[in-house]
Structure formats: C-alpha cells, structure tokens
Design a protein around this ligand. Sequence first.
Ligand code: CMP
Length: 136
Amino acid sequence: MSERTLVLIKPDAVQRGLVGEILARYERKNLTLVAMDLRTIDAAQSDAHYAEHLEKPFYPGLRDFITSGPLVALVLEGDQAIDVVRQMNGATDSRTAAPGSIRGDLSISKSENLVHASDSPESAKRELSLWFPHLA
Ligand code: CMP
C-alpha cells in the first residue's frame, strides 16, 4: 500500500555535506520525492515535532541540536514507505545501527544520528500536517 512518510535530514548531516548522499539512497530505492525544503526551525517547532520526548532527560540537548542550523524536511512516498525508510535509516543509536543503513554507515552518535523518519502511520499523519500542512 502506498504511504507517505516525513523525513528530516538533520543539521549534522547538512553541516557534514551528506544531504546528497542520503537523498541519493532514498532515490535509488525508488521512493518518490513529494516535497523537500531546507529550513531552520525554532524551539516551538522542535517542541511540536518531538512532543512525546518533551519530558525526557535528553530533550534539552536534542532541542539545541535540532535548532542549531538548517535541516532538510522531505516527504517520501512508496509502498510501505514508513517501514522501508526506517529500515534504511537504521537503529536510533548509530553505534549499533546495521552496516548498510544510513546511520550504520555514516554516523557514530546516538543523538546526532543524521535522519529522522515517522515511526507509524499515526505519527506520519501528525508530522506531515505539522511540516507540510498544504499537502494534507
Ligand atoms: P529521532 O528518530 O529523531 O527521534 C528522537 C531523537 O531523539 C532520536 O532520533 C535521537 O536523535 C534522539 N535520542 C533518542 N534517544 C536519545 C538518547 N538516549 N540520548 C540522546 N538523544 C537521543
């Protein structure tokens, strides 16, 4: 079933010049690029996006990181795109993410882990309307 998912290529990836490498992987997989935007977000947008993490001890650091510079927000579409993209991204902790995944190949950090993707149809719906309201 065709699905849409929200992907963030995070500030660490932009700063390291990895946008092209990461985007190329999604394109080679034959996912459809529906929307793409380079943005720098503020604390309010971070709080809205990461609503479920607001009370976590790591959240202040995560907010500082995600607002630290430009990121690239994408909407990708394809058959089971939500799970497909999460597999491609790899485990949250890049140190243990499988080789072949974006995090496994390109990062060694749990917090600065290059990419974010929606983790369920419910979060995809919420995140897509938050980041790209005109598509909803
Ligand atoms: P992401 O997929 O964007 O979802 C939540 C983010 O919080 C996650 O990727 C990491 O960047 C970050 N994160 C999750 N767990 C931790 C942790 N224990 N310490 C620091 N950052 C974390």
